[in-house]
Write a protein that binds this ligand. Sequence first.
Ligand SMILES: CC(=O)SCCNC(=O)CCNC(=O)[C@H](O)C(C)(C)COP(=O)(O)OP(=O)(O)OC[C@H]1O[C@@H](n2cnc3c(N)ncnc32)[C@H](O)[C@@H]1OP(=O)(O)O
Length: 215
Amino acid sequence: MVPFPVIDTSTSSNLTGHLFILGFGGHARSAADVAVSAGWSNITFVDRNVIDGEHFSAYHAIRELPEVQRPDWQVFPAAGDNSRRRAQIEATTAKLATLVSSSARFGLEAIVGEATFVGHGAHVGPGAIVGRGVILNTQSIVEHEVRIGDYAHVSVNAVVAGRARIGRNVFVGAGAVVIDSISVCDDVVIGAGAVVSSSIDEAGVYVGVPARRMK
Ligand SMILES: CC(=O)SCCNC(=O)CCNC(=O)[C@H](O)C(C)(C)COP(=O)(O)OP(=O)(O)OC[C@H]1O[C@@H](n2cnc3c(N)ncnc32)[C@H](O)[C@@H]1OP(=O)(O)O
C-alpha cells in the first residue's frame, strides 16, 4: 500500500469553500449527502453527460470543472466503479476532498486516505488503515487493525473483521463478511452476502457461504 496523508477525522463542520463532486450517479449523490452532513454547503456536480439545468436536491450539475480554480475549492471523485474512480483521482490536479459522514465512528489511531468516502453509520475500528480513494459505504464495519487497499469499496452493511487485509481495487459486496485475520488479494470481487472464511490469493469473483470462486 502506498503512503497517504493522515486526515483529522474528529470533525469537519462549518466548511467554507466549494466542493465539486465528479459524477452525477448514485455514489455522487451519496457523496453530496455525506458532504452536507459534514458541513459542506456549496456543492456542484460535474459530469460531462448532464443536461443544462440538471440538479439533485439543491445542487446543480455542470459539464466541466471551471478552468480557473480557487484555493478553497476541493474536488471529490465519485465514480462508484473502482477503476473509474481511480482514473478520476489520477486525473485530478485540484485539491482532493475526503468525505466523512458526521455519523461515522472512528477508533483510536484509525486513519483514512485522501479522496476516501466514509458513509453514514460506518465504523472504522482502532488502528485500521484505509487507503486512498476507498469507499466505506453506509453502515459498513471495518474492524480493528484492518488494512484496506487503495480504490477498494466496502459496500453497504459489509463487515471486514479484525486484522483482515483487503487488497487494492477489491469490491466487498453488500452485506458480505470477511472474517478476521484473513487476506484478500488485489482485484477481487466478493458478491453480496458472501462469507469469506479463508484467504483469497487469486483475482476473480467469489460468491456464497463460504465464498467460492465463480469466475
Ligand atoms: C450503495 C450501493 O448500492 S452499493 C452496491 C451494492 N451492490 C452489491 O453488493 C452487488 C454485488 N454484486 C453481486 O453480488 C453480483 O451478483 C456478482 C458481482 C457477484 C456477480 O455478478 P454477475 O457476474 O453479473 O453474475 P450473474 O448475475 O450473471 O449471476 C451468475 C450466477 O451467480 C449467482 N449469483 C450472483 N450473485 C450472487 C451472490 N451475491 N451470491 C450467490 N450467488 C450469486 C446468480 O444467481 C447466477 O447463478 P446461476 O448461474 O445459477 O443462475
